[in-house]
Design a protein around this ligand. Sequence first.
Ligand SMILES: [Cu+2]
Length: 150
Amino acid sequence: MAAVYQVGDSAGWTSVGQVDYQEWAASKNFHVGDTLVFNYNSQFHNVKQVTQQAFEACNATSPIATYTNGYDTVTLEKLGHFYFICGYPGHCQVGQQIDILVSSPTSSLSPSPSTDQTTEPSAASSLYFSYNVCWTLGVLLAFCLSGFAY
Ligand SMILES: [Cu+2]
């Protein structure tokens, strides 16, 4: 099921308010087909998808893609990292940058097939139990009889 995430939740995409976008991204599990929504005032911000190198350098001069609408949706179409920064001077440097890692869904372990073996040991043990009881009773009987005999 594809999910839609508003980047920064109610804070949106901003350079003020000290939004920790890495923490925000780390709290999510992004999968192929999910959509990011960048919600911001387009007078003050934009969204530039950049390479890892440009991301680390806060270099917005040669972006992979540029979004400027103020309500931009970006579909995560493949696995791997998606790097976004704000192209306005100084904004990336103060933390308006986000590294989205799109991972494949973890394959859930299928439960081990149940077998009929669970019933067999209990049947065997009850058989063993009744054998023990008979043997114990037999010994007691023999003991009692021998007690009477002497
Ligand atoms: Cu900005």
